[in-house]
Design a protein around this ligand. Structure first.
Ligand SMILES: Cc1ncc(COP(=O)(O)O)c(C=O)c1O
Length: 398
């Protein structure tokens, strides 16, 4: 069979514009190949990817250990559902639990972040017999019905109308506002421990401790949505249990994004206590726990370990923060590890666009003054130097 001739950049863009629903604001890049922190476009341009393919390329693009594991799995079995056992699934479940805080002992696999959050909220309702859920102004939890109803950010709840009933809003970082809405009808308090889309907003460690105490006092399930903060991004395997969390471990952690290095996968990690309330057929999804995703999960976690990426995040974050001091237009650096928000005195969007012209991919956020960085965990000092060089040029109008 004759191979189809490649189409050029303009043709590719035209086809997508013609045949895809126009739901995304896209950068003018036709991504063809990736390697570590680099993305290569079909026109030969090379981009430094400090957005990590939307926080997904935690291990970097096409990490060889992950690619090899996926290749080997595809040659053996593409898929069989949870109605059979599988070595790939057994290994992935064991591995993820082994790197999680000790209290989180069981995994449920699904396919995305929103699905992980839907299942987490459902489990909390099952475990408590209550219906209401408290989430926070500025938090983002996904776009399916329950998750979007839990998303008090921008106009998401508006998009998701009619909303699922029983969602209550509190102010992130303000425990009194949580106390006011988290009464004994509340099944769960769910939060992004660092609110990424809101512009990388964190809270004091004492806030997480106070949430834990409130949940214990009122029999509420505490859920960390670690879809962005999990899997090494903040310089710990998870925000749960870290110093930044005052070592607080929630009853559930939800994951997706970087968990499969690009293969769609989500997960809920839960305590024994929560697990004891969940019976056969309470949760389920055809593709969750599929062999390719599971091979990707195990290989992702191994690659992070083998390449000492968590240590790398910590040292390179420190270096990046130091170098950012040279850029006076950056008035504040928010976040932790490789989930950073660079706050400018003025709008960040023109910086994002000018960086793109210099072949550096960054992210914007719902805070117009914040530029987000979510680079692969393997980012090196030399690449930070390239970023700073480009940023200095951009902000000085060069
Ligand atoms: C914190 C957080 N939770 C949930 C989601 C939803 O994940 P997904 O797009 O995989 O459904 C996202 C996606 O950006 C997220 O950032």
């Amino acid at each position: 069979m004759k191979a189809e001739a490649a189409i050029n950049q303009e043709e590719t863009i035209a086809l997508e514009e013609q045949f895809q629903l126009a739901t995304y604001k896209k950068m003018p890049i036709v991504a063809e190949r990736g390697e570590g922190v680099w993305v290569f476009a079909s026109n030969g341009d090379r981009y430094l990817d400090l957005y990590g393919g939307h926080a997904v390329a935690g291990t970097g693009h096409c990490h060889p250990h992950v690619v090899k594991a996926i290749r080997e799995q595809t040659a053996k079995l593409l898929f069989y559902s949870n109605l059979v056992y599988s070595e790939a699934r057994a290994r992935a479940a064991e591995k993820i639990v082994s790197v999680a805080p000790a209290l989180l002992t069981k995994a449920f696999f699904c396919n995305s972040g929103t699905e992980a959050n839907e299942n987490a909220m459902r489990m909390a309702r099952m475990a408590t017999g209550r219906e209401n859920i408290v989430t926070f102004t500025g938090g983002f939890h996904g776009r399916t019905a329950d998750a979007i109803s839990a998303t008090f950010l921008g106009r998401y709840r508006e998009i998701g109308k009619p909303n699922v009933p029983g969602h209550r809003e509190a102010d992130f970082g303000d425990i009194d506002s949580v106390r006011a809405v988290a009464d004994e009808s509340v099944a769960a308090i769910m939060l992004e421990p660092i609110q990424s889309m809101a512009g990388v907003r964190g809270a004091a460690p004492s806030f997480y401790r106070a949430l834990r105490e409130l949940c214990d006092e009122r029999g509420i399930v505490l859920i960390y949505d670690e879809v962005q903060t999990g899997v090494g991004r903040t310089g710990d395997w998870f925000f749960a249990g870290s110093d930044a969390s005052d070592e607080v471990v929630p009853d559930m952690v939800t994951l997706a994004k970087a968990l499969g290095s690009g293969v769609p996968v989500g997960a809920c990690l839960v305590t024994e206590r929560i697990a004891s309330h969940i019976k056969e057929n309470d949760l389920g999804t055809t593709f969750g726990g599929g062999m390719i995703a599971m091979a990707a999960v195990t290989a992702t976690l191994e690659a992070i370990e083998n390449d000492r990426m968590i240590e790398n995040v910590r040292t390179v974050e420190a270096y990046l923060r130091e170098r950012l001091k040279e850029v006076e237009q950056v008035v504040n650096v928010r976040g932790r590890g490789f989930l950073l928000g660079l706050e400018f005195a003025d709008k960040a969007k023109p910086v994002h666009e000018a960086m793109l012209e210099r072949k550096v991919i960054t992210g914007t956020s719902n805070d117009p003054k914040v530029l987000r960085l979510l680079p692969p965990l393997c980012l090196k000092r030399e690449e930070v130097d390239l970023f700073i060089e480009a940023l200095v040029e951009v902000v000085s109008g060069g």
